[in-house]
Design a protein around this ligand. Structure first.
Ligand SMILES: Cc1cc2nc3c(=O)[nH]c(=O)nc-3n(C[C@H](O)[C@H](O)[C@H](O)COP(=O)(O)O)c2cc1C
Length: 214
């Protein structure tokens, strides 16, 4: 692996901000977009179960419809790319077996070696109080973090977006029928030269307040 220089990395993270106004004429080059897609696939998840679906919405008419379900925020139509991060609505034995089958296919692991892992996963999902929505959403947000980080390291702008009517998204995209629920959205592209937020300083609590050392 090639370690990234710490100061360059932090410069890039300081450069990024949640873009309010994208330059609708600029598109993310294919190789950069491919890296962002690969980065969200590479995001870690609990047990490696990947309880998500990433819907890349290129159709402009569909994006106009989704904008109405997104507090009319302009990023939905004006960014180069729009991704809807959906979570699995339930976790069944089929989901667990899909993952087990994938491990076997990729690593050639004997099925019997994975029997205990399978039982553990099924046990976790049937435990009293297990909240599949909260669990799956946590995994999806990790992928969102990978999206934002990767974009920033390549000089691609982005905006994470929770200001959406998730139930309406589910209807528009027919997600429930596929067993998924809209969780959060990410837009990416390039900031407009007159985005009002771009010149403003970053607002963060001081490190001494948020990092406690013992
Ligand atoms: C999960 C999440 C949802 C957000 N939803 C929106 C949104 O709907 N619209 C928007 O303009 N910004 C949205 N933001 C951006 C935040 O307001 C922004 O990340 C925060 O103020 C920190 O600023 P910075 O990202 O520019 O450093 C969201 C951020 C996160 C992490």
């Amino acid at each position: 692996m090639k370690p990234v220089d710490p100061s360059a990395l932090l410069d890039n993270l300081s450069w990024r901000y949640a873009v309010k106004k994208f330059d609708s004429t600029r598109k993310i080059p294919d190789d950069q977009w491919a890296a962002i897609e690969r980065a969200i696939i590479l995001a870690p998840s609990s047990f490696g179960l990947q309880p998500w679906k990433f819907m890349v919405i290129a159709d402009q008419a569909l994006r106009t419809t989704l904008r109405v379900a997104s507090w009319n925020q302009s990023q939905i139509t004006d960014a180069s790319h729009l991704v809807v991060f959906a979570r699995r609505a339930e976790m069944t034995a089929r989901d667990v077996d899909r993952h087990i089958d994938r491990i076997i296919a990729i690593r050639n692991t004997p099925r019997e070696v994975l029997a205990e892992l399978r039982t553990m996963m099924l046990g976790a999902f049937s435990a009293p109080g297990f909240d599949v929505n909260a669990w799956a959403a946590r995994q999806v947000y990790l992928a969102l973090g990978f999206f934002l980080y990767t974009a920033a390291q390549m000089g691609v702008d982005a905006c994470p977006m929770e200001g959406i009517d998730a139930a309406r998204y589910d209807e528009i995209l027919n997600l429930s029928a596929q067993g998924y629920r809209t969780t959060v959205v990410a837009t990416a592209g390039f900031r407009a030269s007159d985005d009002w937020l771009a010149p403003l300083a970053k607002v963060r609590f001081p490190a001494e307040e948020v990092i406690e050392r013992r």
